[in-house]
Ligand binder design. Structure first.
Ligand SMILES: [Zn+2]
Length: 98
């Protein structure tokens, strides 16, 4: 699933993907390191191996929280499926770092 998939835009997932990225930016500002170096198309960042798990887990949790809030907006079955798929994907992504 790509960030600019029409379903993602229609269902508001872009906003939550942005929450994920903003979480990284927050961490970058705190640590003053460029963990976004080498990143492509707004989905993944490259951090040093010791700090990447923490920042990815934090960012994924922020995105999942945002997605779950989206689900409560009663956006219909089409969006519900897309949002739930994205939550599952993001949970799996997060758990890779645990
Ligand atoms: Zn990330």
């Amino acid at each position: 699933m790509l960030p600019l998939d029409p379903g993602n835009v229609l269902c508001g997932l872009e906003g939550c993907i942005r929450v994920h990225e903003l979480s990284h930016i927050e961490d970058i500002k705190k640590k003053n390191k460029n963990i976004c170096k080498g990143k492509k198309k707004g989905m993944r960042v490259v951090a040093s191996p010791d700090e990447r798990p923490a920042t990815e887990i934090k960012a994924a949790n922020a995105e999942i929280e945002c997605l779950k809030a989206l689900l409560t907006n009663n956006c219909g079955d089409y969006c519900k499926k897309i949002i739930e798929a994205r939550i599952k994907e993001e949970e799996e992504y997060r758990d890779e770092f645990k």
